[in-house]
Design a protein around this ligand. Structure first.
Ligand code: PMT
Length: 398
């Protein structure tokens, strides 16, 4: 990616130590300018950031050392391709939400015209407080990107949401926001994600280990590239990207019906879900009671949603299937590509380290009808963009 100008605004919280790693990473490929609040300087010396970026840190509006022939808060806001506030304290979120401009950093935010990412980090009760939550909603409603804080043991000893996510995760989001090309603008992208659950009785089901991470990464990437995204998701424990239209489903039959309803209005269908091929023939009304005998389940085939979509899609619709295999990956994937009339198939093997269920990374081979490309291990987010690059090229050629 071409070098961009990233303005990192730092407010005063203990999570500053993670901002150092982020600034160091970003400085390797971008121009980075740091601005600190006066409270932030209580936690860390500007010298650290000056050394990491090779640029002076700005903090004060007035006083010795400030060049009053310039208007720093306006110049800084104009300079930036992207502004990241990390960590964003409850106080700084409140100032942004209500337009306070009583120091350099808050004044600069009022003049900002570039995309803004804020990364809240604070005590869990401060984060959950209605005032903070309302301020976050205000910022989101203005188009500001707010990164969800992660959960865990906090510096104050409380346990809960409020931790600053890892620098690598913040950097991934920054890189995505810096992609200016909205090559999916105006397109409807439908994505299936996660597992299906096939009920046996009111308390038990057959399912698989899909976490939804691959499908959700595709949804986020498609959103970032300007698409309208419909996400048909089996039960998962991760949050959907804000901005997607979510269609929660349980069984393969539910997923099938959702795909049937959306297919005509879909420009790209990406089937990352791990769908159960079989379901119990009978779903019992009451819990199955254990007995001394073995239990035999009778299963019947679920609809093959991808195959149905391959037969019923319009010519303009691009169809992308996945294949998850434990052996003969490419041979089986090639068969699926052809028999299900896919334009692209993403093959991943459960036997490969860093690939498949639950991981943040994947190792995949992309198969077109006339060629294939094996990709190195990368984050599911990076893979999502590779898949979308391929689908955009297929769409353009249709
Ligand atoms: O969710 P994660 O934890 O991030 O894991 C990601 C993943 C491993 C689930 C994902 O990368 C993946 O490989 N998804 C497809 C899993 C799968 O069901 O593969 P399959 O080879 O069994 O199915 C082939 C294709 O047919 C898939 O696109 C699947 O969605 C589709 N299918 C399968 C069965 C069925 N009845 N209907 C379908 O549409």
């Amino acid at each position: 990616m071409e070098k961009k100008r990233i303005l990192v605004g730092i407010s005063g919280g203990i999570a500053i130590y993670k901002a150092c790693q982020l600034v160091s990473n970003l400085s390797k490929t971008h121009e980075v300018q740091v601005v600190m609040t006066s409270h932030a300087k209580e936690f860390m010396s500007p010298l650290t950031f000056e050394t990491l970026t090779g640029r002076p840190v700005y903090s004060e509006m007035f006083g010795p050392g400030v060049d009053h022939s310039k208007v720093p808060h306006i110049d800084l806001a104009k300079w930036a391709d992207l502004i990241v506030i990390v960590p964003a304290t409850a106080n700084f979120l409140a100032k942004m939400a209500h337009g306070l401009a009583d120091d350099l950093m808050s004044s600069m935010m009022l003049a900002a015209r570039s995309p803004v990412l804020v990364c809240p980090a604070m005590n869990t009760y401060m984060l959950a407080h209605e005032a903070t939550q309302e301020n976050i909603h205000i910022l989101e409603s203005r188009g500001i990107h707010v990164l969800n804080a992660s959960s865990g043991l906090l510096a104050c000893g409380d346990y809960g949401a409020g931790k600053l996510p890892e620098p690598g995760q913040i950097q991934d989001i920054i890189e995505t926001l810096l992609i200016e090309e909205k090559d999916l603008a105006g397109l409807n992208v439908t994505i299936t994600a996660g597992p299906t659950r096939e009920a046996l009785d009111p308390v038990r089901f057959i399912s698989n280990y899909s976490s939804g991470k691959m499908g959700y990464a595709l949804a986020q990437a498609a959103l970032d590239r300007g698409a309208r995204v419909r996400l048909i998701s089996g039960p998962v424990s991760i949050d959907p990207p804000s901005g997607v239209e979510l269609y929660p489903v349980e069984s393969a039959q539910d997923m099938f019906e959702a795909v049937q309803n959306l297919l005509d209005d879909t420009d790209m269908l990406i089937k990352a879900a791990a769908v159960a091929d079989y379901r119990p023939k009978v779903i019992l009304d009451q819990k199955i009671k254990k007995s001394d005998d073995d239990l035999t389940l009778s299963l019947e085939r679920n609809p093959d949603i991808l195959a149905w979509a391959g037969e019923h899609k319009k010519d303009r619709t691009v169809l992308c299937g996945f294949a998850m295999e434990t052996r003969n990956l490419l041979k089986n994937a090639q068969k699926k590509l052809e028999s299900k009339h896919c334009d692209l198939l993403v093959a991943n093997s459960l036997k490969e380290e860093g690939a498949g269920f639950g991981t943040d990374t994947n190792v995949a081979t992309l198969l077109w009808p006339d060629r294939e490309e094996t990709l190195p291990m990368m984050s599911k987010k990076a893979l999502a963009h590779k898949i979308l690059d391929a689908l955009v090229a297929i769409k353009e050629a249709k």
